[in-house]
Write a protein that binds this ligand. Structure first.
Ligand code: NAD
Length: 471
């Protein structure tokens, strides 16, 4: 069993003042695989003070120095690739395929900031005025349990690129992953206090970050409900905020789509990371005349998925992160039945032979209307809703009829038409044909999926404060 009894403040692993202990439970068999001692408000304040002190000098570093620090960070993280992927697989059950891709995203999040720094102009001229893009200050970074290391790496790398210092509060459920990443960052030889990492509960360590006046900006990834609390609490000290929150992304299958390609892609996009992904394409919009054909294709494709132990190379769908998350998904499947939707494949309960873990049957509902709660609320599990449309205009209207707006997907052979549809969709990222990621493209949500953007130039600028100097 892994014991984690330190937090990382001012360049050192230190014993936290907090005494609460949190058990890390294996999602495949409920065994306790680790125990973490959580930091408290005092630990958060100590970390903030260290970051505040470090900011005095780190904010004055040259671009070349910061590129060097990011290189050191990149090398240190790369060295522990195997350990970081293994921890993700064991601690929260991320399938090996997904966890390996997620690790690559963590590296991309660092590398793209190195690339950006090589060309970004920190002193542009606007009108007749010299503008200095100055680091915003100490940043509070709050991350969820899914793809934890990717979020920490990309947010911290952007903070470092901008000349900011940071206090990171990862999810308490990711403590093993966090411990390995902290060891990497410790080996990276960054100046003391530039990054500090405090495990802790959201309503204690997280609240301190959201309310402490020394924190200039919060970068949060997590649920919409918590994001709203942070925005509310941060308002008292007028914090800059970047919120990356939930989603209920539509996937429009145009009538001219090649279904033998579009449907496997749709299943993969819906069930990625066992459905525990903010960008999962969980509402599949198809033309009503194609329902019968698509029903068979969906069944065939879902039957081919392997639900199983996350470390097996051929596993597509692993367990839900916790019993609580498993139960939440079950409750939504029951709700779908109660609302009058019909199960095409999957359903309640666990797949045979996997009863010890938090495994869910990949489930697809048909006869779903967009007003049903299963079509409106984020389930965060392998549950897909199929909704039919009569015209592409109606498809666009259904796609936009949601309080979320993180991602959207379109499949079809007429790319010009697909681009026209993309222009009408209310989502921060729209992918045409397949599933693509570009670490230089802005990422973030419309509506209640978020505020602000991460990655690329817009991501970097969200850690900078423009100062106009008029002579
Ligand atoms: P969560 O909102 O419960 O927790 C996220 C983080 O916030 C954790 O570190 C948690 O401890 C902390 N927190 C909780 N209460 C807090 C408070 N009052 N003040 C400050 N911090 C607090 O989310 P989760 O269950 O860990 O992750 C799943 C959610 O994250 C889903 O809704 C998913 O859509 C979302 N998510 C969004 C993105 C994105 O990029 N948009 C990416 C991944 C996950």
């Amino acid at each position: 069993m892994k014991i984690i009894d330190k937090v990382y403040i001012n360049g050192e692993f230190v014993t936290p003042q907090g005494k609460s202990v949190f058990d890390l439970v294996s999602p495949v068999n409920q065994e306790i695989i680790g125990r973490v001692t959580l930091g408290n408000k005092t630990d958060a304040v100590n970390a903030i003070n260290a970051a505040k002190e470090a900011f005095k000098t780190f904010s004055k570093t040259s671009v070349e120095q910061r590129i060097q620090y990011l290189q050191q960070m990149l090398e240190a993280v790369k060295e522990r690739a195997h350990d970081l992927i293994e921890a993700m697989v064991k601690e929260y059950g991320g399938p090996l395929q997904f966890s390996s891709a997620s690790f690559q995203n963590a590296l991309n999040g660092i590398q793209t900031n190195i690339d950006l720094l090589k060309t970004y102009n920190f002193s542009p001229i606007y009108g007749n005025t010299m503008v200095q893009m100055t680091p915003v200050g100490v940043v509070g970074i709050i991350t969820p349990w899914n793809a934890s290391n990717g979020f920490i790496c990309s947010k911290l790398a952007t903070a470092i690129a901008a000349g900011c210092t940071a206090v990171i509060k990862p999810s308490e459920m990711s403590a093993i992953q966090t411990q390995i990443l902290t060891e990497c960052l410790d080996h990276a030889n960054l100046p003391k206090g530039v990054f500090n990492i405090v495990n802790g509960y959201g309503n204690e360590v997280g609240t301190e970050l959201a309310t402490n006046a020394a924190i200039a900006k919060i970068s949060f990834t997590g649920s919409t409900v918590v994001g709203k609390t942070i925005a509310h609490e941060g308002a008292a000290t007028v914090k800059r905020i970047t919120l990356e929150m939930g989603g209920k992304s539509p996937n429009i299958i145009m009538p001219d789509a090649i279904l033998s390609e579009a449907i496997p892609n749709a299943i993969a996009a819906a069930f990625m990371n066992s459905g525990q992904a903010c960008i999962a394409a969980t509402r599949l919009l198809i033309h009503e005349n194609q329902l019968e054909t698509i029903k068979n294709l969906i069944k065939e494709n879902v039957q081919q998925l392997t639900v199983g132990l996350p470390w097996e190379a051929d596993t597509n769908i692993g367990p839900m992160v916790s019993k609580k998350q498993y139960q939440k998904v079950q409750d939504y499947i029951q709700l779908g039945i109660d609302e009058g939707a019909e199960i095409l494949i999957g359903g309640l309960g666990q797949p045979k032979g996997l009863e010890e873990g938090n495994f869910v049957k990949p489930t697809v509902f048909i006869n779903v209307t967009n007003s049903m709660r299963i079509a409106q609320e984020e389930i965060f599990g392998p549950v897909l809703c199929i909704i039919t449309y009569k015209t592409l205009n109606e498809a666009i209207q259904i796609a936009n009829d949601t309080s979320y707006g993180l991602s959207a997907y379109i499949q079809g052979t007429d790319e010009e038409k697909a681009k026209q549809i993309a222009c009408e969709l209310e989502a921060g990222r729209i992918v045409i044909n397949g599933f693509k990621h570009d670490p230089m493209a802005p990422f973030g949500g419309f509506k209640q999926s978020g505020i602000g953007r991460e990655f690329g130039i817009l991501g970097l600028q969200s850690y900078l404060e423009p100062k106009a100097i008029l002579i």
